[in-house]
Write a protein that binds this ligand. Structure first.
Ligand code: BES
Ligand code: ZN
Ligand code: ZN
Length: 482
């Protein structure tokens, strides 16, 4: 790991700075004082647009960077990260960024983007030339504009967490066994001051988490359940404001209902929901937000073996409801059923949110632009949608109408895990989860199959996006009573 970039605030433009970055919104008037005499043509401030000038007398390079429309600032970090990634060869160890003409959010986005830019997926390359020269950044702000130390701190903490979440999601399935994820959570809890407990296979049997056990049966790496609890000292520890559940399938072969080989390698990202939930609780702890959070991550590998569950098997669940397993590839909902039941029974959270890379159907519906949102509560729908807009980790609500329930009717058991009809798959998956939600529980399910893993500008193949961490933390802030 390279050392984090050092950020400093300044109100003066020093003489000895050789590289200056000036970000602009689309259509903004360019301030020529940094580049006296220069004629700047063909720069409109479009997103990721770059224009560089050499100021001869000071031997200074000035980069003008387009941020696009101002309303897109909540994802401005991508532009700053892209700038560093593409200009690596030209950028020296220190850089000054002129932010005087921009709103406070730009400072956050700038620090976040720059701090994320040393993330590399190439961790198993024998020779890693991804090293990153930028060490020191001066942020030029207007005198008296405010105290931005907290903003810088929050952006740096967020970047650190997003990078470790991405590293988890990008890690190959042979490395990130359920035990590896469990140990990751234990280390994170120790380091950032929240309680973590890992239930092993024996304990899962004692506690009757039969659906989680069933999915993990086919793997040489047994399933676990991660429990993480963060409580703030000002809050009554017996009241959990927010319950989080994340799907933690470390690799999804489909089980005996085996997936096609095309793109199966991407199924290492099937713990993206679990990783986002772990990242969110770690970030909430790092920022010491005044609320109590409990997170449960059921973790299993969905593998092929003589011990694997078969299509047509009937399994039990922690809720005491029997499930007919029509398709072993619809495994996420099985482990989530146990985790959702467990968190309601043990923590009684005021609101409950789960994140899961649950269905290809959601990818077909919303692509990589939004997660599917399903909820039984209008206020929750509004606040999660707002958090999605604030962070540009967007969500789009889909229905949970009663009429979808009959698709899950089983002749032999209480419910089946797959509808015969190959339609409305994201909705019927959410209906299956709802079957394990208490009537009074305020609950939201986010299907993040299309957004957790995809095209990024730091990898040629698909890679982790870190989706969910900023969304969940923004949403958590909305729960803080004022
Ligand atoms: N992990 C997959 C869903 C998925 C698909 C995640 C694409 C990311 C990208 C899930 O466990 C699964 O296999 N779902 C099946 C369900 C099917 C058997 C009804 C699907 O969506 O194809
Ligand atoms: Zn599956
Ligand atoms: Zn899966």
């Amino acid at each position: 790991m390279t050392k984090p970039i050092k950020f400093e605030l300044t109100t003066q433009l020093p003489d000895h700075i050789y590289q200056v970055l000036v970000p602009y919104f689309q259509g903004a008037v360019i301030d020529n004082s940094l580049v006296p005499g220069a004629v700047i043509e063909d720069f409109s401030g479009k997103k990721k647009e770059l224009y560089s000038l050499l100021v001869q007398e000071q031997q200074r390079t000035v980069f003008l960077l387009g941020l696009g429309e101002e309303r897109l600032l909540p994802e401005g970090f991508r532009t700053f990260r892209h700038f560093i990634n593409t200009e690596k060869a030209r950028i020296k160890s220190s850089l000054l960024i002129d932010l005087r003409h921009l709103p406070e959010l730009a400072i956050y986005q700038c620090v976040l983007g720059l701090s994320l830019s040393d993330y590399s997926v190439g961790v198993y390359k024998t020779e890693n030339d991804e090293s990153h020269l930028l060490r020191q950044v001066q942020l030029l702000i207007t005198e008296g504009a405010g105290d931005f130390d907290t903003v810088i701190h929050e952006a740096q903490q967020t970047a650190a967490v997003m990078k470790s979440v991405c590293a988890l999601v990008d890690a190959p399935g042979n490395i990130k066994t359920p035990q590896y994820l469990g140990q990751w959570a234990i280390n994170s809890g120790k380091q950032h001051g929240y309680a973590v407990e890992v239930l092993d296979q024996e304990t899962l049997k004692e506690k009757n988490l039969q659906a989680l056990l069933a999915v993990g049966r086919g793997s040489e790496h047994p399933p676990i359940l991660i429990k993480a609890v963060y409580t703030h000292s000002d809050k009554d520890p017996s009241k959990i404001d927010l319950g989080l559940v994340g799907k933690g399938v470390t690799f999804d072969t489909g089980g005996l209902s085996l997936k096609k080989p095309t793109n199966m390698h991407y199924m290492k990202s099937d713990m993206g929901g679990g990783a986002a939930v772990l990242g969110a609780i770690e970030l909430i702890a790092r920022l010491q937000l005044p609320l109590n959070v409990a997170a449960i991550i059921p973790v299993a590998e969905n593998s092929v073996d003589s011990l694997s569950i078969r299509p047509g098997d009937v399994i039990q669940s922690h809720a005491g409801k029997s499930i007919e397993v029509i398709d072993t590839d619809a495994e996420g909902r099985l482990i989530l059923a146990d985790a959702l039941c467990y968190i309601q029974e043990n923590y009684h959270p005021e609101v409950l949110v789960d994140l899961a890379t649950l269905t290809g159907s959601c990818v077909a519906t919303l692509g990589d632009k939004a997660a599917g949102l399903f909820t039984n509560d209008q206020t929750l729908a509004d606040s999660i949608t707002q958090a999605g807009d604030n962070t540009q980790e967007r969500v789009w609500r889909l229905p949970l109408w009663e009429s979808y329930q009959e698709a899950l009717y089983s002749d032999i058991a209480d419910v089946k895990n797959l509808s015969e009809k190959p339609v409305a798959g994201a909705i019927t998956a959410a209906k299956f989860l709802e079957f394990f939600i208490d009537e009074k529980q305020k609950w939201a399910h986010l299907d993040i199959a299309g957004v957790a893993f995809g095209d990024t500008d730091h990898a040629r193949m698909k890679s982790a996006t870190g989706y969910g961490v900023r969304l969940l933390v923004d949403f958590a802030r909305s729960l803080i009573s004022t």
